[in-house]
Design a protein around this ligand. Structure first.
Ligand SMILES: *Cc1c(COP(=O)(O)O)cnc(C)c1O
Length: 381
């Protein structure tokens, strides 16, 4: 068995190589290098895939989050200084977007099984001034259920989804509008990232906001383009964060394959789930009724301070692993002075020391997955 790579972007993009090369050539020939039909088409495709009325392209996922939050402020859903709950186990982009939108992040702990927030962990972190919650569908698992929905409604919360890791995932109950259970259509606005390693990745940076609220869509659109609503007319202190047409082209080519990609990841995860039997390795929660996760990461837990030993062991078997993430986000140097003492995030802290992401991406075969499972099973006392 050759080396099992965690995420080889050459291999991931190989099925789309020819189409993307043709797309690059046609963009070069067209002379249309900003905006244009590829971006409009992507916005249309994404909205119809997710089931929201609107989708607006942005330069990356961080900006998608930041502009969605800014748009909620500019349209009176939130005001500057409002607090927003955000899970302590997430990529730092979730928190940076909140701070950059002049809102205040409040850490919420995660459930050790789903590794996402629950109605319970949210309630435990509630404090005066909290007006919103950012739900991060981490690892491709929807952070949404009927308890969270009830909790959100009871507190009249604004809901922003960080859907960077969960494009195509489904929750086990419908979102606030009652129409769709797809992540990205559950709350007031949602952010997507097309960073190359995501389940649907571009060939550079890209992102998008989905929403059912017309003013949020038009505000994000304007904010991403210098705050301009029409040419040389600027209504907001805006940014330059437009979705690049080359990236839109690449995502348009890959988006029709979303189900195929996610189905492969699901069957790879199923092979790991069936194959791994090791008392020292805790598998991720596999099935929840109706919940359809898209396995951006397959994250196991190794206790007793043996995480690094486990990773070395797999590395010697030719299996690459990674850790998402090695530090609870509020313990990062830039955040810990303000948030580090927070006692509410002990589960996130504990997991940060014991989690390992195993390879699960769609380019890996069933045989690869069986090899990973049997290697994991050989990790001993
Ligand atoms: C990747 C990611 C982002 C940020 O996306 P970029 O496109 O890299 O800016 C935000 N949140 C989460 C959870 C992510 O995984």
């Amino acid at each position: 068995m050759g080396k099992i790579e965690f995420c080889n972007l050459r291999t991931i993009n190989r099925p789309f190589d020819t189409s993307i090369r043709e797309g690059l050539e046609s963009i070069l020939d067209s002379g249309r290098f900003i905006g244009g039909s590829h971006v409009l088409q992507l916005e249309k495709n994404l909205a119809s895939t997710i089931g929201t009325e609107f989708a607006v392209g942005t330069g990356n996922g961080l900006d998608a989050l930041k502009l969605a939050l800014k748009a909620l402020v500019l349209n009176g859903f939130l005001k500057e200084g409002d607090k927003i709950l955000v899970p302590a186990n997430t990529y730092i982009a979730s928190v940076l977007a909140i701070i950059q939108a002049r809102l205040r992040p409040v850490p919420a702990d995660i459930d050790p099984c789903t590794m996402n927030v629950t109605a319970d962990t949210l309630e435990r972190s509630m404090e005066p001034g909290v007006k919103a919650v950012m739900l991060v569908h981490l690892y491709g698992r929807a952070a949404w259920d009927s308890d969270i929905k009830q909790w959100v409604k009871r507190h009249n919360m604004v809901v922003v989804e960080d859907n960077a890791q969960a494009i195509g995932a489904m929750a086990d109950c419908t979102g606030l509008s009652g129409e769709s259970a797809m992540t990205g259509a559950l709350g007031h606005a949602a952010a997507f990232s097309f960073y190359p390693t995501k389940n649907i990745g571009a060939i550079g940076d890209g992102g998008a906001v989905t929403t059912g609220i017309p003013e949020i869509a038009s505000t994000v659109k304007a904010l991403a383009n210098y705050g301009s609503d029409r040419r040389f007319h600027n209504i907001f202190i805006g940014y330059n964060s437009r979705l690049d047409p080359i990236q839109a082209m690449a995502v348009n080519i890959k988006l029709p394959w979303l189900d195929t990609i996610n189905t492969s990841r699901r069957s790879n995860a199923a092979i790991l789930n069936d194959g791994i039997r090791n008392l020292f390795v805790e598998k991720p929660l596999f099935q929840q009724p109706g919940l359809s996760m898209v396995w951006h990461q397959y994250v196991v837990t190794i206790g007793n301070g043996r995480r690094d030993e486990f990773r070395d062991f797999l590395n010697n078997c030719g299996i690459e692993t990674d850790v998402h993430y090695p530090m609870a986000v509020f313990d990062q140097p830039c955040l810990r002075n303000e948030f580090g003492a927070n006692p509410n995030v002990n589960t996130a802290r504990r997991l940060a020391r014991s989690i390992v992401s195993l390879p699960v991406n769609q380019t890996l075969s069933a045989a690869d997955m069986q090899y990973v499972a049997s290697a994991v099973n050989e990790f001993g006392p």
